[in-house]
Ligand binder design. Structure first.
Ligand code: URA
Length: 439
């Protein structure tokens, strides 16, 4: 059928067949569908939605637009996690080695920073020598030998999503639950996983600020993944403050190394990481209950096996062999450090988390245009969490910048992002809800 007829049917609120969706996605991949037609299709879906069968068909058609990896030669379950994105969210760097050290295989295909949120790929790129875009042979070797590999998406995986996503980005059609669902899941299905855990963030530093929207996205992701043959569950986790006390690329890698080696662990980050590890181990069939998963993950972290796995992964992908012993020797450091000082006595009662992410972008740690180069050294550390007591003149955070002018601009943003009040606020839950497939 002609692309314009498929668009008309969706525009008029009709249900598209599997063949119509496959035809349209085929045209997106081959170029037979123009940018204008793809944008009009996305807008029609934005307004009229898709039912479960349509969303499954869209996901599968986008998966099949490129290569689908096959890990059937691996002697263990193949699993991964996807986060909808946040600030100070370096969970993947700890989670992949914890779960791999428990016996699963984690071929983690991650993305670059998007908007105010950080990207795992940009963080791994802060490690000198680390090949974050290896060819498939090196990717496979690293996964087989170390249990995990964190890399970037290749051009051959879900190319229809790559094109449609770029068009959605400039046509006001990103925030559509079926389109987000198909976009995320087509890439995960193309990665050849057997199970997937989704970390759907909610709060003022997440794309979904309201609980109702995060729950709708989590339900859609879980339902469509399972409909497409991928075992999936989700955790809804809080993003009303940065998860780690560091935000930026090298500084989040350093925070992750400290976490793995036990030198320092942010409490909320530990809660979320272990909860996701337990969920992954259970859905991969390596433990019989969530409590068992939590116990296995906690022991593996405490034993140092997760740290050793991370070290092996870094070396297998070209990074320094002694990286976790001497991260300070390898990670780039910014020229200027600047403390953001509290202007009152009291307790941190709130953090405008998106503004913290934007401050990192402003320092050069993220992008304002797709082809911008990211500065791995800049960022913010020692971010006080909500509930922390602070006195006038004491640091709320430490800015790492290229220049004093950059540092002062970021410090002003960070200061205005913090609210300090007279009484300690009640603790916010870090893991809010678990979403399992219905039925
Ligand atoms: N991340 C994706 O991969 N796709 C979306 O549509 C939104 C976030």
């Amino acid at each position: 059928m002609l692309p314009q007829e498929i668009i008309r049917r969706k525009r008029d609120g009709l249900r598209l067949s599997e063949e119509e969706i496959a035809d349209f996605v085929g045209g997106v991949t081959s170029g037979a569908v123009s940018d204008g037609q793809a944008g009009a299709f996305a807008m029609a879906v934005f307004f009229n939605g898709m039912n479960r069968d349509e969303a499954v068909a869209l996901t599968l058609a986008m998966r099949d637009s490129g290569d689908v990896l096959d890990w059937s030669d691996l002697p263990g379950p193949v699993t991964d996690k996807h986060s909808t994105g946040g600030v100070g969210d370096n969970v993947s760097l700890m989670l992949a080695p914890i779960v791999a050290a428990c016996g699963a295989y984690v071929p983690m295909i991650s993305g670059r920073g998007l908007g105010h949120t950080g990207g795992t790929l940009d963080k791994m790129d802060a490690i000198p020598g680390y090949v974050s875009q290896p060819d498939i042979a090196l990717f496979r070797k690293a996964v087989l030998e170390t249990g995990c590999a964190i890399i970037g998406q290749t051009a051959d995986l879900a190319p229809a999503d790559r094109r449609l996503y770029a068009i959605r980005d400039v046509t006001g059609t990103v925030e559509s639950v079926p389109l987000i669902t198909a976009s995320i899941l087509s890439k995960k299905l193309a990665a050849g996983l057997q199970s997937l855990v989704l970390d759907v963030k909610v709060g003022n530093g997440a794309f979904m600020e309201k609980s109702r929207d995060a729950t709708a996205l989590a339900n859609s992701l879980v339902e469509i993944a399972n409909g497409a043959g991928l075992k999936a569950s989700a955790l809804i986790t809080g993003m009303n403050e940065p998860l780690a006390s560091a935000a930026g690329n090298a500084v989040e890698v350093r925070n992750a190394v400290d976490f793995l080696t036990g030198r320092f662990r942010d409490r909320r980050l530990e809660d979320v990481t272990l909860a996701l590890a337990a969920e992954m181990l259970q859905s991969a069939g390596l433990v019989s209950s969530n409590q068992d998963g939590m116990r296995r993950a906690t022991e593996t972290l405490a034993s140092g096996r997760a740290a050793a796995t991370f070290a092996r992964m870094v070396a297998a992908l070209g990074g320094p062999a002694d990286f976790i012993e001497k991260p300070e020797k390898y990670l780039p450091a910014a020229a200027t450090e600047f403390a953001v000082k509290a202007t009152a006595n009291g307790f941190v009662t709130g953090i405008a988390t998106r503004d913290i992410g934007l401050a990192v972008v402003g320092l050069g740690g993220g992008r304002t245009r797709p082809d911008d180069k990211v500065d791995p050294a800049v960022g913010i550390t020692r971010l006080l969490p909500v509930g922390a007591e602070v006195r006038f003149g004491e640091p709320l955070a430490l800015v790492h910048a290229r220049s004093l002018a950059d540092a002062e601009a970021a410090a002003a943003t960070v200061l205005s992002a913090y609210t300090v009040g007279a009484s300690k606020p009640p603790a916010d839950k870090s893991v809010i809800r678990r979403i399992l497939p219905r039925g």
